[in-house]
Design a protein around this ligand. Sequence first.
Ligand SMILES: [Zn+2]
Length: 141
Amino acid sequence: MTFTDFAALKEKVKIEDVCNLYDLKQKWKGNQGRGPCPACPKGDDRVLAVNTQKASFYCFSARTGGDLIAMIAHTQGISQRDAAAEIAKKVGLDSSPTTPKSPPEKKEDDLYLETLKDMIEDLEQRVSALEEAKVVKLRAT
Ligand SMILES: [Zn+2]
């Protein structure tokens, strides 16, 4: 049996990304999404409600709701354990059964990407600070 850390999974995966992964045709409005539920063909195309802020879903047809794992369990008709394992696999999270306690090692590429992202963030902050300074100067003259 495959070990899947539910909490770690929910921390790393966004419910809206899971919607995309499973092709749940959600129409987004702010942090609310509405769409058809693949498990409830009798429902209309708004029965499945997703809240990205709470990372939760509610199916008005089946009158059931929960977190993103429960959402996939419901919409795909599988168990929560299978849903969690499947999502982990789809997003490339390690769900190794032998070493659940040790965190997965970061690949060099990931570290490089993270460093780049940090640099970009830093640059963006500098640019906006410069731009603000410019505006202040213009107003002063
Ligand atoms: Zn449903």
